[in-house]
Design a binder for this molecule. Structure first.
Ligand SMILES: *Cc1c(COP(=O)(O)O)cnc(C)c1O
Length: 460
């Protein structure tokens, strides 16, 4: 299934040109026709950032049904880190689909599921003994982490942070911070979920070190919940939908220490940050933090739906046989894709690729921030980078400007996403296999859109 040291050309679908090309207005006539059809068939609650309908995607581009080729700075929300239709993933899934498509691991198991769990034990932070369960989505992974933590500790409470995003199921809606669009009208929500302050350096009323922010977090838990009631503290090591918020250095290690002292399980939600995205295999690795449980999804399987909880053997195995599972969990096609994805990350040094993307993009974004007064901060790690936009001279979030930037980038053939509690963060999540020239071209477009000036002098 793996093929030694594959040539670099093996990173992209061979016949998909890596270029930005606009043939029509955005969206074009075929996309517009599909969008009209969609309105009579697809529920209105499912929305799309950019209503261009996709025909192909791979490497650093997404091609729509009108023949427009966009530079992809979104990776389908940090999913296609190895590229969409990565050749090695296509081969692995094609071979598996011929063998069998499903048996249900809970009925008659198969080796690929075991292999993925073995790999997760090896790849995730810490060299202790681990176990894993495979499921279908990030939210389902978080749900299972909470089930496991409650069963293992015998405690009811789950603590989450301000600006957190953990999913859209009933329990994970309760754990997610932002009301609109994720929660409004969907209650009542699951109980025993408590929200406390985290670390958001740009928006602290007074600057706080990581240790000080963590002390505020844990003091709030002790006062309002009681440490001995808490099964799990669930934390995104870099917050995703909440705004690519990188906590102050030392915040995560201090939380980990407190959890150990209090018998609280630290659950790192690495659904968005995992699998080389931030320039390390997992974002926890940057500060040497070893969580008790890790939730994984998005970038795990080259675009196929797969998710996992990986954790300390004694905690994971505290659940009685039959207590965990699901019909599709660890689908064999998704497992084959995950194994090919792990092989690609290793063979092509995609953690290094994420750091090289940061090295190309960060200086340009910082230079841009000096010229664009609406950029309050440039932040992020590896290929998970963001610009927070405000009204110049204030910290007042500017969601309208953020939406304009995303819209105009799309009209110029660059796909960028937005996020943030206040909707005012432009986020960049390029596939880790994007060619640097293509990345530079996309950053030029972003620069022009933010400054209103054609960029010619960005440093390389
Ligand atoms: C996307 C995300 C989830 C939810 O994952 P789904 O697969 O959409 O259910 C959970 N946690 C984090 C940090 C995420 O970014």
């Amino acid at each position: 299934m793996t093929e030694g040291s594959a040539p670099l050309t093996d990173l992209h679908p061979r016949d998909l040109p890596q270029r930005r090309l606009l043939r029509t207005a955005v969206p074009g006539p075929r996309s517009t026709a599909l969008h009209d059809r969609r309105r009579t068939a697809v529920a209105a609650g499912v929305s799309s950032t950019l209503p261009v309908y996709v025909e192909r995607a791979g490497g650093g581009v997404v091609v729509d049904v009108d023949g427009n080729s966009f530079i992809d700075l979104g990776s389908g929300i940090a999913v296609t880190s190895v590229g969409s239709a990565a050749p090695a993933v296509v081969r692995a899934v094609s071979a598996q689909v011929e063998d069998f498509t499903h048996t249900c691991f809970m009925i008659t198991p198969y080796e690929e599921y075991v292999q993925v769990c073995e790999a997760l034990a090896r790849l995730t932070p810490g060299d202790h003994e681990k176990r894993s369960i495979l499921v279908n989505s990030g939210a389902e992974a978080v749900e299972n982490a909470v089930k496991i933590a409650r069963r293992a500790t015998g405690r009811p409470a789950v603590v989450v942070l301000d600006h957190a995003y953990h999913g859209r199921t009933n329990l994970t809606m309760a754990m997610t911070a932002k009301a609109m669009p994720y929660k409004t009208g969907f209650g009542p929500f699951a109980g025993e979920v408590y929200r406390v302050p985290g670390s958001y350096p740009l928006r602290e009323p007074v600057p706080l070190s990581g240790a000080e922010a963590a002390a505020r977090t844990t003091a709030t838990i002790e006062k309002q919940v009681g440490a001995d009631q808490v099964a799990a503290l669930v934390v995104e090591p870099i917050q995703g939908e909440g705004g690519f918020v990188v906590p102050a250095p030392g915040f995560l290690p201090a939380l980990a220490d407190w959890c150990t002292r209090q018998g609280v399980l630290l659950v790192a939600d690495e659904v968005q940050t995992g699998f080389a995205r931030t320039g390390a295999m997992f974002a926890c690795d940057h500060e040497g933090v070893v969580p008790d449980l890790v939730t994984l999804a998005k970038g795990i399987a080259g675009g196929l739906p797969l998710a996992a909880v990986t954790g300390r053997a004694a905690i994971m195995d505290a659940v009685h046989p039959g207590g965990l599972g699901g019909t599709f969990g660890g689908n064999p096609l998704a497992c084959a894709a995950a194994l090919a994805t792990f092989a690609m990350i290793a063979e092509h040094d995609l953690t290094g690729a994420a750091r090289r993307i940061e090295a190309v993009a960060m200086p340009r974004l910082r230079d841009l921030a000096r010229r664009a007064p609406q950029v309050a901060e440039v932040r992020g790690r590896g290929a998970m980078l963001a610009l927070e936009l405000v009204r110049p001279g204030t910290l007042e979030p500017d969601a309208a400007e953020t939406a304009r930037v995303a819209r105009e980038c799309a009209q110029q053939g660059v796909l960028v996403l937005t996020c943030g509690t206040y909707g005012n963060v432009v986020r960049l999540l390029p596939p880790l296999v994007i060619e640097h020239d293509l990345l530079r071209e996309a950053l030029d477009v972003l620069d022009t859109v933010l400054t209103g000036v054609a960029s010619t002098s960005s440093p390389t």
